[in-house]
Design a protein around this ligand. Structure first.
Ligand SMILES: [Fe+2]
Ligand SMILES: [Fe+2]
Length: 165
């Protein structure tokens, strides 16, 4: 890739295709997070669950917005946003817990999901920093949201850990 050619140039095709692959994985992560957070914002019971429910409700809208950002960028890079038949679930840790009052299970699942997103988005930023500053910039913004989500739920977890001792 010659300097100044940009990610949309013909000669950037290989890097573009790699980026589309990374962005597609990110898109699926966001979609699955929306599914998992909807379920976990409705299923839990108990006084202790209410704060978690409220927080997840707010996150659902943010994660949906992220999915739409990833989809748009895939299109801008001459990719195609996949159809639902290509979806393969990964979030085994965010399935409904045995007991609906098991809020700690949900908190830990959210932390796992956010940690996975943070790792993947750092990978995209690293790759994009060399070839596509626009994608880099977009994903940096999304990464900040995920770090905020993770930090919030780590705070919830520390409160519950204290309650258990
Ligand atoms: Fe997200
Ligand atoms: Fe998130």
């Amino acid at each position: 890739m010659s300097p100044g050619a940009g990610i949309l140039a013909e000669e950037s095709k290989a890097q573009r295709e790699q980026l589309v692959e990374l962005l597609t994985q990110a898109y699926w992560m966001e979609i699955e997070t929306v599914m998992s957070y909807i379920a976990n914002s409705v299923n839990p019971d108990g006084i202790r669950a209410q704060e978690i429910i409220e927080s997840l409700n707010a996150d659902i809208q943010e994660e949906l917005g992220h999915a739409q950002l990833f989809a748009s960028r895939i299109k801008e890079l001459y990719g195609t946003v996949p159809g639902s038949m290509a979806f393969a679930p990964q979030q085994s840790y965010l399935q409904p817990p045995e007991r609906s009052t098991d809020v700690v299970h949900v908190i830990r699942g959210v932390i796992d999901a956010e940690t996975g997103a943070i790792e993947h988005y750092n990978r995209i930023i690293e790759f994009a920093s060399k070839v596509d500053p626009v994608t880099e910039d977009m994903v940096v913004g999304i990464l900040r949201d995920e770090e905020g989500h993770k930090r919030l739920f780590e705070g919830f977890l520390s409160e519950f850990d204290q309650g258990l001792h």
